[in-house]
Write a protein that binds this ligand. Sequence first.
Ligand SMILES: Cc1cc2nc3c(=O)[nH]c(=O)nc-3n(C[C@H](O)[C@H](O)[C@H](O)COP(=O)(O)OP(=O)(O)OC[C@H]3O[C@@H](n4cnc5c(N)ncnc54)[C@H](O)[C@@H]3O)c2cc1C
Length: 281
Amino acid sequence: MPGSYRKVIVVGAGPAGVAACQQCIREGIDDVLLIEKDKIGGLIRQANRIENFPGFVGEDGREMVEELEKIVSDYEIDIEYGDVEKIDEGFRLKCDGTHRKAECLVLATGTKPKSLDFVGEKYHPEWRDHTGEETVVIGGGDAAYDHSLRIDKLGGEVTVLRRSDPKALPVLVKEARERGIKEEKAEPTEIEKDENGFRIRCEDDVIQADQVITAVGREPNIPSLTFPLDLEDVKFPTGETDIDNLFVIGSTVLGTYRQTSLCWGMGIAAGMKMSKKLRKK
Ligand SMILES: Cc1cc2nc3c(=O)[nH]c(=O)nc-3n(C[C@H](O)[C@H](O)[C@H](O)COP(=O)(O)OP(=O)(O)OC[C@H]3O[C@@H](n4cnc5c(N)ncnc54)[C@H](O)[C@@H]3O)c2cc1C
């Protein structure tokens, strides 16, 4: 496997992964590989408006993505695009049919949407970036309102369908109401799809939509591992785990505190810790 062994491999080019790579390079680690299955930026690409990260207050998440892309380019971070499907003991990674091995491995793979388990059919559509059609966003939290605001600003028709009162930040709910975004309080029980679009069945109602986005929470996203890993034992802020030289950082391990600034901070802390460990050797 010539060239397949790397001192540090970071999986995931969201804020946490990019921060970890940047810090490693700042610390003088000369062999760092970043692997990303989609695009640089991760989930912040979807944010309609960032409110709590200095330098980006009031900005669209894509402004931050541009900054992350710039960091990757300016720091000459070696990035490869591929899906890390499996990781064996000794940090042997299977990525789109090729193998890589790492001395230090950082998982910054973020979260994945929770599915809605309806009776009969399991349905979970992925987020799509733009629509000019009628969209129903299922959920009542920050992501549901943020998605709805973006669709509204892009000129789409949108309804927030939530089973209880809004759980989103008041500022998001206020803006949605000021913009006249429709809200329905009902619990969806089933979604049917045919050539005319989607029919969302609730207890007393059926709602039609061209597109459905579910935003009912997220859970840790970790590639398949052939060894046990307990995310409960991950240390904050460094992301160290019970396994030597394995780090898990960012929203994967932040639970309800999944904010970009904390993900960024964990990336920096992991880079500092790795540098200390590698220098000791
Ligand atoms: C609508 C919305 C609005 C938000 N607004 C804010 C806000 O205002 N302020 C704030 O602080 N936060 C906000 N957030 C949260 C913020 O986006 C996340 O906290 C942050 O992006 C998490 O960073 P991360 O690097 O941990 O993970 P992610 O950003 O999720 O990045 C993980 C990366 O890993 C990649 N990956 C996953 N699995 C693999 C694999 N097997 N192989 C290769 N690559 C893989 C993914 O493609 C992704 O690029 C918002 C989120 C959403 C959805």
